[in-house]
Design a protein around this ligand. Structure first.
Ligand code: NAG
Ligand code: NAG
Length: 210
């Protein structure tokens, strides 16, 4: 593999010199989105324009451990946990004396690192002050990636939820103990409908992003 890559690099250095008239595919091909790193932490600023609310979300994406954790602070609201597993189970809960929990089951797992494969390239634009490549996938997500670094800058969902990436730490992993659903998730009486509207929305997002 390493050898192959080296040969490829060598070829890419030599070929343009050897055959300068040949059209070099790399410079003319349309950009493709960088896959998500298998493990990262991102601090996200989200504007849920449909409900006129704002939230800060800590996203801990962990493909290796098969989980996608969102720790959500709604403006002047409660801290909510959304722990999504690749087997389709999601736990939504709040902690503390009034803690509530809801478990949901989906037929699909968490987004694959390459969930943007097959997206249509729309060109470049400046957003949030960054020059970005933009892709759109199935009229569902518009995704902005920094041209210079390949990091995600922003993505918008069809339903008006707009996400802005504030920090992006590749390789950061959330402690396992912080992904353990509280015991009341497993006892009927404290399982309440916890913001089901949002839960369903996220479920909808799941279906498109795998
Ligand atoms: C949130 O989005 C709505 C609709 O796009 C916009 O009118 C509003 O200014 C945004 N709010 C913030 C704080 O960005
Ligand atoms: C999916 O995995 C999580 C975490 O290991 C577990 O709590 C949950 O029960 C599993 N769901 C199913 C349907 O097996």
């Amino acid at each position: 593999m390493f050898l192959k890559l080296n040969l490829l690099c060598l070829a890419s250095l030599i070929l343009p010199l050897v055959c300068p008239s040949t059209e070099w595919p790399r410079s003319t091909s349309t950009p493709t989105p960088s896959p998500w790193p298998e493990q990262f932490h991102a601090l996200l600023y989200m504007n849920l324009s449909s409900s006129q609310t704002l939230q800060i979300t800590h996203l801990w994406y962990d493909w290796r451990k098969g989980r996608n954790v969102n720790i959500i602070q709604k403006q002047l609201g409660e801290l909510q946990y959304d722990v999504e597993w690749n087997n389709g189970t999601s736990f939504y809960y709040t902690l503390g004396a009034q803690g509530a929990c809801e478990i949901m089951y989906f037929e699909v797992g968490i987004p694959r690192p390459d969930f943007l494969d097959g997206a249509d390239y729309l060109g470049t634009t400046v957003t949030d002050g960054f020059l970005c490549n933009v892709w759109e996938k199935v009229d569902f997500i518009w995704y902005y990636e920094d041209v210079l670094t390949g990091r995600p800058v922003r993505w918008d969902f069809y339903d008006g939820i707009s996400t802005h990436v504030i920090t992006f730490e590749v390789g950061a992993v959330l402690q396992d103990s912080l992904t353990q659903a509280p015991s009341y998730c497993f006892s009927q009486e404290r399982e309440k409908l916890l913001n089901a509207d949002r839960a369903f929305k996220e479920g909808g997002h799941r279906y498109f992003l795998v």
